[in-house]
Design a protein around this ligand. Structure first.
Ligand code: ATP
Length: 635
């Protein structure tokens, strides 16, 4: 085992021995964090990282050297002034030898001044730990898998080296027409956000975001004009490739953001199709806050001699440190009515995201809550323009409760979200991490509350175990009578529910509330879900099996009712129905089939075929691009 240590050298950062890096092959990098980052990383979870006074210690295993050199080889951008010290050492670093570290000033990095000043304008002056850990190997052209907790700056971790290299390349070779970098993201909203971060951090680069639901002609025109960085969702990218509007032959960098989702069943095929169109000689980067064990095997197929930069670790708490976790028991009927008191108590006037399992739940809950809260729904059946308005309104603080499906679970960086409510249990612990991670970002604090029913106790414990966390149990909130009906009573009447499907600017013919086809979908049955999910050790648990379908309770139930307007609603009326319908089958079927079934109106052709082979949220994947024949969207 050999260590390579990168350290700050007095007040500047020198890069003396990058050759040493280039001659080495890493498997795993862990970091020693400076004290100022302890807020982000609990000391219990990174015990070995707290002893090094800001030294990044790269533990790696020397293997056969695999050097990549492409058109944008980092050596071309290495400065004559040495800014980094990369000290190769065959011994464990001793803190005393390495001195203090007061953080890595971005202004002192040898990166483009354009990036430095653009970041400074955003208030970003020091690298976060994942960014400093990634910088050198990324600059060297190493393929990598990067894992760091939610909200810790992964976007810029891969963004800064890519932007810098492209700026250098353009300066040398002039600007080209075809993109040099491609970033794939699972949702449109995330794709837009990532593209925005690139555009703001390197204003001189031409960036484009391509995603379904937006006119393709404008995207084609922009591509024709020429772009440096393309960010997008897979379906639209494939569409543009098929039309000959997107040429990926010059791509030097490809990033799979939320890589574990991008490689899940349902997404993987599209991702592979895209990767096939890229040059062999490229740098591939995969990032996520969660990297289930199955992904490690898969990545061998896509990455060359990758370095793994893991700031989470297997045994550590997987959540960002600033997130306080709570759980609260409720019966099905009372779930909706505990939300109000929870918001009052825990959101402290900030924003709150309530996560539901289904689009229908999101609509109905948002509708019901709108009596008392400024509240909107966000999910995949809402038109793209409305989705964008909703998200912008939420960001701007025009309303402060967003009721969303897992379309909002990953990556979204919305300021001042203080509270996450898991109205329904997520399908798996990774989704729990991502949903909860919409709060407590960039060192801030926040709370996440899991509402569960008694028969979901076991699933709650599984989350605790897999995420390495402990919920603080909140006292039950009485829901008999008053509160529930006050807030939700207006929802009564089957007719009203018919309305929820069209509550916002939806695609015509939205059939989201019909749920005839998926009731018998495998993996959602509670018993099978549990054994499927929990019986495994974490190996190869790709979510296609709906492993935590068991979590959700509602969706796991066998449909007894038939359609939504049927027994579920009419039986008890009011918002209580919302919950009770879970039991009656309305939700159960909605959840299991609705995802797949909701989409035909938005997508031509293939969506009519529900993809029953996909179960669980991931099975339905986010791919909401208008791509005939493709699988339906999840959220
Ligand atoms: N070095 C930095 N200094 C200050 N703020 C930063 C820095 N790097 C990133 N940020 C900010 O931190 C926030 C979270 O960053 P980002 O969205 O990249 O997190 P992430 O790790 O990708 O999260 P997720 O896992 O949820 O996708 C953003 O608002 C970003 O602008």
């Amino acid at each position: 085992m050999m260590n390579i240590i990168i350290r700050r050298s007095s007040s500047t950062i020198s890069r003396l021995n990058l050759a040493a890096f280039a001659c080495s092959s890493f498997e795993t990098i862990t970091t020693t964090l400076p004290k100022q980052y302890h807020g982000y990383y609990p000391s219990t979870s990174l015990p070995d990282l707290l002893s090094g006074n800001g030294i990044i210690s790269f533990l790696h295993r020397a293997r056969g050297f695999h050097a990549k050199s492409g058109p944008l080889d980092f050596s071309a951008s290495l400065p004559s002034r040495a800014e980094f010290a990369a000290i190769e050492d065959y011994e464990e670093a001793s803190p005393s030898k390495l001195g203090n570290d007061d953080g890595l000033e971005i202004a002192k990095l040898d990166i483009s001044p354009e990036i430095i000043s653009a970041l400074a304008k955003k208030g970003i002056t020091k690298l976060f730990p994942i960014q400093r850990a990634v910088l050198v190997p990324a600059m060297q052209g190493r393929d990598m898998i990067g894992r760091a907790r939610t909200g810790t700056g992964k976007t810029l971790a891969f963004g800064i080296p890519i932007m810098d290299k492209i700026i250098q390349f353009n300066a040398k070779h002039g600007r080209g027409r075809n993109p040099l970098a491609l970033v794939l993201a699972p949702t449109r909203e995330l794709a837009r956000q990532v593209e925005k971060e690139f555009a703001e951090s390197a204003p001189g680069l031409d960036t484009i975001c391509v995603y379904g639901g937006a006119p393709i002609s404008g995207q084609m025109r922009q591509l024709d004009y020429g772009v440096d960085v393309a960010v997008g969702t897979p379906g639209r990218i494939i569409d543009l490739l098929n039309r000959g509007a997107l040429n990926l032959s010059e791509v030097q960098f490809v990033v799979l953001d939320e890589a574990d989702q991008m490689l899940q069943v349902g997404f993987q095929d599209d991702v592979e199709k895209i990767l096939e169109r890229l040059p062999q000689n490229r740098q591939s980067l995969m990032f996520s806050a969660t990297m289930p064990s199955w992904i490690r095997k898969l990545t061998q197929n896509y990455l060359k001699d990758p370095v793994t930069i893991d700031l989470v670790g297997d045994s550590d708490q997987k959540l960002a440190d600033g997130i306080s976790l709570y759980s609260i028991a409720s019966d099905m009927h009372g779930k909706a009515s505990v939300i109000g008191p929870l918001i009052t108590e825990h959101a402290r006037g900030g924003k709150c995201i309530v996560f539901t399992q289904t689009k229908r739940d999101a609509d109905r809950l948002a509708y019901a809550m709108a009596r008392n809260y400024k509240c909107e729904a966000l999910h995949g059946d809402i038109s793209q323009s409305q989705r964008e308005r909703t998200l912008a309104g939420f960001r701007d603080g025009n309303f402060n409760v967003l009721v969303a499906t897992d379309v909002a679970a990953r990556g979204l960086d919305i300021p001042n979200v203080d509270l996450i409510i898991h109205y329904e249990l997520p399908n798996n612990s990774e989704i729990f991490v991502h949903r909860s991670g919409r709060t407590g970002r960039a060192g801030k604090k926040g709370s996440a509350i899991l509402i569960y029913t008694q028969d979901q106790m076991r699933a709650v414990r599984v989350i605790e175990r897999e995420v390495g966390c402990k919920f603080t149990e909140l006292p039950r909130i009485a829901t008999e009578g008053g509160a529930s009906r006050d807030m939700l009573g207006d929802m009564g009447g089957g007719g009203r529910f018919g309305f929820t499907g069209g509550m916002r600017d939806r695609r015509s013919g939205d059939s989201g509330f019909s749920h005839s086809s998926g009731q018998g979908r495998p993996g959602f049955g509670r018993s099978s879900g549990y054994s499927d999910s929990f019986g495994k050790t974490g190996q190869d648990r790709r979510p296609s099996s709906g492993r935590f379908g068991s979590f959700g309770g509602p969706g796991s139930r066998k449909s007894q009712g038939g359609n939504f307007g049927g027994s579920g609603f009419s039986r008890s009326g009011g918002f209580g129905d919302f919950s009770s319908s879970d039991q009656s089958g309305g939700f159960g079927s909605g959840r299991s089939s609705g995802f797949g079934d909701n989409l035909p109106s938005r997508n031509s052709g293939g969506f009519g075929n529900s993809r029953t082979s996909h179960s669980g949220i991931f099975g339905d994947k986010t791919n909401d691009d208008q791509n005939p024949g493709r699988a339906s969207r999840a959220y």
